[in-house]
Design a protein around this ligand. Structure first.
Ligand SMILES: O=P(O)(O)OC[C@H]1O[C@H](O[C@H]2O[C@H](CO)[C@@H](O)[C@H](O)[C@H]2O)[C@H](O)[C@@H](O)[C@@H]1O
Length: 851
């Protein structure tokens, strides 16, 4: 028998529950994983069921248990189930073989009397037998003539079953009298709480199993074996079917946990408006979108939890893979195409600040299936969907949400908690337009027709892209990198996201899952600098205004945190969204980021470096007045950053990689302290600003200390920190920044050591030092970009070109890069798209084009 022989609805339910974060798989024993036989001592389980339960128990986030009417000792001996599978005997009351000691003397006395009574009935009725259990006694009539069986059962029912303190359970050809309360449902709930299960499966065949079925709710599923009334939603015929269902559940869960069904990270394509972002999978599913801000709760978290976590998909009615997905040139509009069908996605711009809108336009001659399952606030609020003349209204979350879809006929379904809407549409008569509007109840037509709204959105990006000065190397990819960086800019506030997502793993199945939907001072400054380098200054100016606003709320610039929310406020405490299983089972899914409480003393450098880059870019654009090229507002910021360095540069910190351990004297942080003062001194000279002579002295002091304490003779390299021999790719900045002459043999040696220690094939790791977290991580694209720059500075052009080519080759089909890359599994890792990776790529192309 194969899984295809199982009822379709059951297969679907099992495939869905396989994706729950913490799964509890429970089963009854006799009649469920072991066939009913005439001799209870010969009821052996199906080996396939044992194998599946054992394998399920070995998976992460998965518990397997058998809850049986049998005595625990007998169950263990007969089933031979391994210890990983939790056994509960005596109809759910015997978790531990020692539990009999907990039965008081009165109960023991009663049990003795019951045994005597039932033994007498058995002795008087041929074929009737008695089974002894720690807190009960069972009378079996399976092997008696039907008349005798009835007579024996009636004798018990009319006699001992009515004694005070006796609990009666009737099953298949058996009546059982217990001196304690038994309830398989209670056992199921104990296991559920013990394991913090987010969903449970229960298989059972007998009336005693109904107590367990009665406890199932929400995403749980119950499967009844055989005939008879039942509270279970699903039914199979035989114990063989149970083996098949368990094996199917195992396969599905294994696949889900291994990430085989997760879309490849680099193939996810970014949609952006000036204030919102979303991701679309290669097959046309909106897999990620947050509202009201990009750092708020997700409406669609499919990326971190599959379809149940919220999705909005469009595809051909006759299932087929897409032929292509691409950006409309120089825009953030994405077209996904199948044979005779296309969906065009973009985030409209002409909406109020309280709105997050998405428009999907379906065109072609083939029918399409649309599935709309919003799960606002990370799916933590149950939602209902109501049909209206012009679309759908979604009730449940705090914020209103509608889908305008004139002419579309929706079917609404429920999974018991949430509703979803499905429709089959025929675009052959004209485009089908679906307008998702988060933050409003308004289902009326927009002021502008859809094509005009789209033109408005597209011209915003194309007009901007047309004025860029891009390197001649890989111009299309570089334009896409620039557009991606611009897409991560949150225009209303001036802040810039480090990436569009949270919790895409740095290690598949691991715990290194962080929330990057915030504005890091360092990442944002580097992004703004990259945009200045291609000729766009506005983002830098607005970002610096955002930094000013943040500073106004602080007692001093040295108190700057490493990151803030989009609107420059402190982050909420880091938390786990437990209902999401994570990308490819990589849990936890986190929101917030505890790194905001760390000391990271490098952050002042990139800000002053950005101001310097901006001032020179203004000059290059023809601004000759030094006070316009370096206005007071920027110079104030420079002075603030220098004062912060003066106060704190000698302290240890958590460094650029936000190590969640003890602070160290990181070389990169000291180098960035030097960059702060160096760029400030240089700016003062170039733009006629007067400075305290102590600045130049400080620059020298930092440099002297780094050169003395950062270099390690033993490893022939500058090291990650003063106190160790471990290496860090960020240390390359000692030469990249100009603190030492790149021709200095110590820099050349550091490049060689970094390559030997941290480069692996096409990628470069940040460090290999034990950072206190379990699991590993991939190589870091930005570090590869730094090594390309270091190769160039040390005369290794062909190495630089080769590594750049490798970096280019791991970009997805629409030109996007995530944070990291696993060179062994050849898959992308980490949040996506990542500003660092794109700014690194852009800089490499600029340097390679210039040389
Ligand atoms: O909760 P379960 O695991 O299903 O246990 C219920 C009872 O199962 C056993 O009896 C039943 O299976 C026997 C073997 O196939 C069969 O001969 C008998 O007629 C059934 O009632 C077990 O012997 C009992 O102790 C359990 O309570």
């Amino acid at each position: 028998m194969s899984a295809l022989d199982l009822p379709l609805e059951l297969r679907r339910a099992l495939a869905t529950i396989a994706r729950t974060p913490r799964l509890l798989v429970t089963s009854d024993y006799d009649g469920t994983i072991a066939p009913i036989v005439s001799d209870p001592t010969k009821a052996f389980p199906h080996p396939e069921s044992v194998r599946a339960l054992r394998a399920l128990a070995g998976l992460s986030g998965t518990t397997a248990a058998v809850i049986s009417g049998r005595a625990l000792r007998d169950l263990a001996a007969l089933s031979r189930l391994p210890v990983e599978v939790q056994l509960v005997g005596s109809h759910g009351s015997e978790f531990d073989v020692g539990f009999v000691h907990a039965i008081d003397n009165d109960a023991k006395q009663l049990l003795d009397e019951l045994v005597v009574e039932l033994e007498q009935i058995a002795a008087a009725n041929a074929g009737v037998t008695v089974e002894h259990k720690p807190a009960s006694v069972a009378l079996h009539v399976r092997n008696a003539e039907p008349v005798i069986a009835r007579q024996a059962l009636n004798k018990v029912r009319q006699g001992a079953a009515n004694w005070v303190g006796v609990q009666v359970t009737e099953g298949k050809a058996v009546i059982e009298l217990a001196v304690i309360v038994t309830d398989k449902g209670e056992a199921l709930d104990i296991l559920r709480h013990q394991e913090s299960a987010s969903a449970a499966v229960f298989f059972g065949d007998d009336v005693t199993d109904e107590k367990a079925f009665a406890r199932l709710h929400g995403p749980d599923i119950g499967i009844k074996i055989g005939d008879g009334e039942s509270l279970a939603q699903y039914r199979v015929d035989s114990t063989e079917d149970v083996s098949t269902a368990l094996a199917f559940l195992l396969d599905e869960r294994r696949r889900w946990l291994s990430g085989a069904s997760a879309p490849q990270i680099e193939r996810l394509t970014l949609l952006a408006s000036p204030r919102s972002v979303a991701l679309v999978t290669p097959d046309g599913t909106i897999t990620w979108m947050c509202h009201p801000e990009p750092d708020s709760g997700a409406v669609f978290a499919h990326l971190l939890g599959g379809p149940d976590a919220g999705h909005f998909s469009v595809g051909p009615q006759r299932a087929a893979l897409p032929l292509s997905q691409r950006y409309v040139d120089r825009t953030m509009t994405v077209e996904t195409r199948w044979s005779s069908l296309q969906v065009t996605d973009y985030l409209p711009h002409d909406v109020g600040l309280e709105r997050t809108d998405l428009t999907r336009v379906i065109t072609g001659d083939a029918k399409a299936v649309v599935s709309f399952a919003p799960r606002p606030e990370f799916g933590q609020v149950p939602i209902q969907i109501e049909r209206e003349t012009f679309g759908l209204r979604v009730f449940g979350p705090n914020d209103p949400l509608v889908l305008r879809s004139p002419g579309v006929h929706w079917d609404i379904t429920t999974d018991g908690v949430n509703q979803s809407a499905f429709a089959v549409v025929d675009p052959s008569e004209g485009p089908i337009t679906l307008e998702l509007r988060c933050g409003t109840w308004d289902l009326a037509p927009s002021t502008l027709e859809e094509p005009e709204r789209r033109a408005l959105a597209e011209s915003y990006w194309s007009t901007w892209a047309d004025q860029l000065v891009l390197p001649p190397l890989k111009p299309d990819l570089m334009r896409r990198s620039a557009l991606t960086l611009r897409g991560l800019v949150h225009a209303p506030s001036g802040s810039i996201l480090a990436a569009a997502t949270t919790s895409l793993p740095e290690d598949i199945g691991g715990v290194r899952n962080w929330d990057y939907r915030y504005c890091w001072l360092r990442d944002a400054a580097l992004t703004a600098s990259a945009l200045v380098s291609v000729g766009s200054l506005r983002e830098a100016e607005e970002y610096l205004a955002w930094v000013h606003d943040v500073l106004e709320k602080l007692p001093g610039p040295e108190r700057l945190h490493p990151l803030y929310t989009i609107y420059g406020t402190g982050l909420p405490p880091e938390a786990v969204i437990d209902n999401l299983p994570g990308y490819a089972g990589s849990r936890p899914v986190r929101v917030g980021n505890a790194a905001n409480m760390q000391v990271q003393l490098d952050v002042f450098g990139p800000i002053v470096d950005l101001i310097s880059t901006l001032a020179h870019a203004r000059v290059a654009k023809g601004i000759t007045d030094p006070d316009e090229a370096l206005p007071d507002v920027d110079w104030e910021l420079v002075c603030a950053m220098v004062s912060a360095v003066q106060r704190r540069w000698q302290e240890p910190d958590h460094g650029i990689w936000e190590i969640r351990g003890n602070p160290r004297h990181h070389v990169y942080s000291k180098v960035m302290g030097w960059v702060t003062v160096d760029r400030a001194v240089t700016l003062s000279e170039q733009f006629g600003r007067s400075i305290d002579p102590a600045w130049a002295e400080l620059r020298q002091t930092i440099s002297d200390e780094v050169l003395q304490k950062g270099w390690n003779d033993e490893v022939q390299s500058f090291t990650a920190a003063y106190d160790g021999t471990d290496l860090d790719a960020a240390t390359l900045h000692i030469g990249l920044s100009g603190l030492i002459d790149p021709a200095d043999p110590r820099f050349a040696a550091t490049v060689v050591a970094t390559e030997a220690e941290l480069r692996s094939g096409s990628t470069v790791y940040r460090y290999h030092h034990d950072d206190g977290l379990p699991g590993g991580e991939g190589g870091f694209h930005l570090c590869a970009a730094w090594l390309v720059e270091a190769y160039l500075l040390t005369g290794k052009r062909s190495d630089a070109e080769a590594l750049f080519a490798q970096l280019v080759s791991v970009a997805g089909p629409t030109g996007l890069l995530s944070e990291e890359y696993d060179p062994v599994a050849e898959r992308s890792l980490g949040n996506h798209p990542q500003a660092y990776s794109h700014l690194g790529l852009l800089r490499c192309a600029q340097l390679l084009s210039a040389n």
